[in-house]
Write a protein that binds this ligand. Structure first.
Ligand SMILES: [Zn+2]
Ligand SMILES: [Zn+2]
Length: 143
């Protein structure tokens, strides 16, 4: 998986590394691993190489970019009978969009209601209100 660390992601790990909250290096390492897992689960777009072949077929991924998965697909083009590339969201993203997520600022969630910013309506009388019936009007003035 070739991924480019994003500034807020690096910041979250640096906060752990500079914290005095951990008794042992092992405890800090566990915190770093859990943080990285959550960071990756909250990424918007991943790719998978899906091999067609019924229940016994093994799919591969996630890959961090379209270019990366296409590179792998080119390599297996002769070996795999049939395959396609699937786009997918991080494993934590769907729950976060429905339930709200305010732990960090990098994932486009409303700081007021914690729902995804793009769930705030954009037309008619409902303009700027959150679509999840929380009455949030954080983007009423176009913010
Ligand atoms: Zn909301
Ligand atoms: Zn909101």
């Amino acid at each position: 998986m070739k991924l480019t660390p994003r500034a807020p992601e690096v910041k979250a790990i640096v906060e752990i590394l500079q914290s005095d909250d951990y008794e042992t290096p092992e405890a800090m390492a566990k915190a770093v691993i859990k943080e990285v897992a959550e960071i990756l689960a909250m990424r918007e777009t991943w790719y998978a190489l899906v091999i067609k072949g019924g229940a016994k077929a093994v799919n591969f991924g996630p890959y961090a970019s379209d270019a990366e998965v296409k590179q792998v697909a080119a390599k297996v083009a002769g070996a795999a009978p049939e395959f396609h590339i699937a786009r997918m969201g991080g494993s934590g993203l769907l729950a976060a969009r429905l339930e709200g997520y305010n732990k960090r600022k990098w994932t486009n969630f409303c700081a007021t209601c914690t729902h995804a910013k793009d769930l705030h309506l954009t037309d008619g009388n409902s303009r700027a209100r959150c679509a999840l019936e929380c009455s949030c009007q954080a983007y009423k003035d176009g913010g």
